[in-house]
Design a protein around this ligand. Structure first.
Ligand SMILES: C[S@@+](CC[C@H](N)C(=O)[O-])C[C@H]1O[C@@H](n2cnc3c(N)ncnc32)[C@H](O)[C@@H]1O
Length: 231
């Protein structure tokens, strides 16, 4: 079985949860790098087939080799492309975008919305693990009609990571600064006593205290959180 890092294991668990009919649909891994996640999805029978996309040739080659060596040549395709360019989405697809910056992610999803239309998008699940700009990703998703199904956190080699699972429903909504910076679902898990989320929030509180000096959104999020915690 393909071993994954704690971070990628968290991403994989979200793919598992997104998978309504194991073996029926595709997992599309955007920015697949070594191809480990795609291999694992096929090994565990979550996907009938996988598509890996890579903006660079070398990681695309790595992904292809990993899939071939694991015996999945017939169930996989690897493209050198930017995001989802040239990959038309289908019902039940699970699109994974992990390990890259939030702005890059937003750009990829925006182009996917334009290329595929909202009807197709409504049957696609997005599993997103941004390395930064979480607030912008959450805000983008909410304002552009995506609904969060779940958000999880993990601690891997001294770094906290989070992972979002979102589906397109079409009705946009606005997030408060607190919701954007901490995550609406994580805030709920925190108030339900989730210890992993509490550790993550502890970490966020510390870095936000420093960043609030130069970032008014973070300053407002911290103030809102303090007010809400006092209630
Ligand atoms: C840090 S790696 C993360 C790999 C893997 N997804 C993970 O989470 O471990 C990011 C990968 O995304 C690729 N990448 C960055 N921007 C991309 C884009 N717009 N389209 C496709 N691949 C991209 C990079 O070449 C790199 O291999």
């Amino acid at each position: 079985m393909q071993i994954l890092t704690v971070r990628l294991e968290m991403v994989f668990e979200q793919v598992r949860m997104a998978c309504k009919e194991p073996g029926a649909g595709r997992v599309i891994d955007v920015g697949s790098d070594h191809g480990y996640l795609a291999v694992r999805c096929l090994e565990e029978g979550l996907a009938g087939s996988v598509v890996c996309t890579e903006i660079h040739k070398e990681p695309a080659k790595r992904s292809e080799e990993a899939l071939n060596e694991a015996g999945f040549a017939d169930q996989s395709k690897v493209f050198v492309t930017d995001g989802l360019a040239g990959v038309l989405l289908k019902d039940k697809d699970i699109v994974v975008i992990a390990g890259m910056g939030g702005l890059n992610m937003i750009d990829i999803i925006t182009r996917a919305l334009n290329d595929n239309g909202s009807e197709v998008l409504s049957n696609v699940t997005f599993v997103l693990q941004p390395q930064k700009s979480n607030d912008l990703v959450r805000r983008y998703l909410a304002e552009n009609g995506f609904v969060l199904e779940d958000e999880t956190v993990c601690y891997d080699r001294d770094i906290f990571y989070n992972c979002l699972r979102a589906v397109y429903e079409g009705t946009g909504r606005t997030l408060s600064d607190e919701e954007a910076c901490y995550g609406p679902l994580l805030l709920k898990k925190y108030s339900d006593g989730d210890k992993d989320v509490a550790a993550y929030f502890d970490h966020l509180d510390k870095i936000f205290e420093i960043r609030k000096r130069s970032n008014p959104v973070i300053k407002s999020a911290l103030e809102e959180r303090k007010r809400n915690e006092c209630k």
